[in-house]
Ligand binder design. Structure first.
Ligand SMILES: Cc1cc2nc3c(=O)[nH]c(=O)nc-3n(C[C@H](O)[C@H](O)[C@H](O)COP(=O)(O)OP(=O)(O)OC[C@H]3O[C@@H](n4cnc5c(N)ncnc54)[C@H](O)[C@@H]3O)c2cc1C
Length: 577
């Protein structure tokens, strides 16, 4: 059996930043990092627009408390204010630390780190590396993993989180190239497994964003928090769904409907194209629904032409390339077609501000931590502001590393029955290979993704959600009828796909069930039958527990501690832009 002090699952920004922090804090600790793809291929590498911090390089009026206020208001007051304070106070330091590691941020003429405007941020505070920020940061972090000699289990798929007697004890994983099973025990485990965009049929996320970590936590009996809050990014390139970064609007692009109008004037006059994402996505969906999509179609235009060729190629070269590559459109001369695309999961594994997972409200899970997009600490509440996610990964990734390095000092390796776990996992894979089903994985996945997209999209209501939940339960029952064409174990990607489909279905069901029970509209969760926010009943986090085949929904309170610092801004109030 493999044994480590700490095992990190996930090599994106959160996981690799945590590994770096552990190595810096106590280099005697035995740490390993597991990732189903090469760490550099984690979705973090695709992040484009930037990372927020009140550095005051462009805007000396900015400060952490205003950044915190923008975040809490953007979150429609559902964010935990203690967690937001940590995020925004530590932001400038983590950026400087990244710069010292060698991250190539774009510069102002005087050499300081440049900062651009971003949706929902009242000051110009988003640091960036052109529109390839994730690439720039992840490459530096992953090279640090090699520098600190962190063992990397690359192309290993984690299929079980072992939780016994109320504590996390280890993992079961299989090697994608060979099908070999390994059981690992550890004093503590960190999940940094990213998001679940692939639950839907159109997303900006990569193929590996299947919500595995969330599924494994739910299967181990942990609650998932605020899963009804799914972020739609306003500008997915139509029809492919790939992301056109908010940086494009940050640099001045306009959203235009069929009549040639900058329609955001009717939805968020003070912020226009730089309103928060939930509001901008609803505006685009409304324009399309009411027949003002371009040519009466299912998209609107993002127009960059007035920005001029030089600025477009210098500031947002990747967006320029994406439109040219996918659609043959040169945005210097033509507007590009866009519509909202599923982008980010606000919900996830609930944690303390020190990243330890919660087993229930007020009760931590021993041995288990989470950070990054799979966690819900919760700094994004009901709606995340652009450029706050990379920040969360770096701030809370480092924090998780520091907490873990402390936590394992006086903890022993737990007992794990290796033979039993290995036998169960091997039998499970053999059963998958042998099962005589009639359904292709791809067909069931597509049907499932279409169901989620039709029944839990930007606008929701009781009937749509209820029917969606029934359909999901029927699809779930058909999972046992999938058939693998490849019966071998070497590079059998169908085994991985079968496990990923289990994740999609588990996570998707929790999203819809949580959405059904929140009978109000808040942030990204918009109910046509309950159009108002209802603080009296719903200023609280949803906790969804999987119990056998059923789901149980519970709630926990929201932290409002910044109210004591600035009651005028941090007391929940109507959200206007
Ligand atoms: C196209 C795009 C652009 C974005 N742009 C920005 C931006 O400009 N600014 C911003 O703040 N945010 C942005 N975001 C959001 C941000 O990039 C992500 O939220 C963040 O990078 C997530 O990082 P992470 O470390 O939590 O997870 P990821 O980077 O997604 O990494 C997940 C890791 O978990 C591993 N993993 C998952 N499941 C398993 C398993 N079962 N077994 C083994 N390993 C597993 C994967 O291999 C991977 O290494 C963007 C997102 C997208 C999709």
């Amino acid at each position: 059996m493999l044994e480590y002090d700490i095992v990190i699952v996930g090599g994106g920004l959160a996981g690799s930043r945590a590994a770096v922090e552990i190595a810096r804090t106590d280099n005697r600790l035995k740490v390993a990092l597991v990732s189903k793809v090469h760490p550099i291929r984690s979705h973090s590498v695709a992040a484009q627009g930037g990372i927020a911090a009140a550095l005051q390089n462009v805007d000396p009026q900015d400060n952490w408390l205003t950044h915190a206020f923008d975040t809490v208001k953007g979150a429609d007051y559902l964010a935990d204010q203690d967690a937001v304070a940590v995020l925004t106070q530590q932001a400038p330091q983590v950026i400087i630390d990244l710069e010292h590691m060698g991250v190539l941020f774009s510069r102002l003429p005087d050499g300081r780190i440049a900062q651009r405007p971003f949706g929902g941020h009242t000051h110009q505070r988003t640091c960036y590396a052109a529109d390839k920020t994730g690439h720039a940061i992840l490459h530096e972090l992953v090279s640090r993993l090699f520098q600190y000699k962190v063992p990397i289990f690359e192309e290993w798929y984690v299929l079980e989180l072992i939780v016994e007697e109320g504590e996390a004890r280890g993992l079961v994983m299989f090697h994608i190239p060979t099908g070999r099973i390994e059981v690992v025990r550890a004093k503590a485990i960190l999940f940094a497994t990213g998001g679940y965009g692939r639950v839907f049929n159109t997303t900006s996320n990569d193929y590996a964003s299947t919500g595995d970590g969330l599924c494994l936590a739910a299967m181990a009996g942990l609650p998932l928090q605020d899963m009804e809050f799914v972020q739609f990014h306003p500008t997915g390139l139509y029809p492919v769904g790939v992301l056109i970064s908010e940086a494009v609007r940050g640099e001045g692009a306009h959203l235009i409907n069929d009549a040639g109008e900058r329609f955001m004037a009717g939805y968020a006059p003070s912020r226009m194209e730089l309103a928060p994402r939930d509001i901008t996505s609803r505006a685009i969906a409304t324009e399309i629904r009411e027949g003002r999509g371009v040519g009466g179609g299912r998209y609107v235009h993002l127009d960059l032409r007035h920005m001029g060729k030089e600025k477009i190629l210098e500031r947002v070269p990747f967006a320029h390339d994406e439109a040219l590559r996918h659609l043959g459109i040169d945005v210097v001369y033509e507007p590009m077609p866009v519509r909202p695309t599923v982008h980010y999961s606000m919900g996830g594994i609930p944690t303390t501000v020190d990243c330890q997972a919660l087993a229930a409200h007020g009760q931590v899970m021993e041995g288990f931590f989470a950070a990054g997009e799979c966690s819900c600490v919760s700094v994004h509440g009901a709606n995340r502001l652009g450029s706050n996610s990379l920040l969360e990964c770096v701030v809370y990734g480092a924090r998780a590393g520091a907490s873990l390095a402390r936590y394992v000092q006086d903890r022993r390796l737990p007992h794990v029955d290796e033979a039993r776990h290995r036998r169960v996992a091997e039998q499970g894979i053999q059963n998958l290979l042998d099962q005589p089903g009639s359904l292709r994985i791809d067909a069931l996945r597509r049907e499932f993704q279409d169901t989620l997209t039709d029944h839990c999209s930007i606008f929701r209501d009781e009937q749509i959600l209820k029917t969606g939940l029934e359909k999901i339960q029927q699809l779930k029952a058909r999972y046992g009828d999938i058939r693998l064409d490849d019966k071998g174990k070497l590079y059998n990607t169908e085994i991985t796909e079968a496990f990923e489909l289990r994740s999609l279905i588990t996570v998707g069901e929790i999203i819809v069930a949580s959405a059904l029970e929140r009978r109000e509209s808040r942030g990204a969760h918009s109910r046509s039958d309950y159009p108002e926010r209802n603080d009296g009943e719903y200023l609280k986090h949803t906790l969804a527990y999987r119990e056998g085949d059923a789901l149980r929904i519970d709630y926990r309170p929201v932290d409002l501690s910044l109210q004591a610092v600035d009651p005028e801004r941090f007391t929940p109030q109507a959200r206007k832009y």
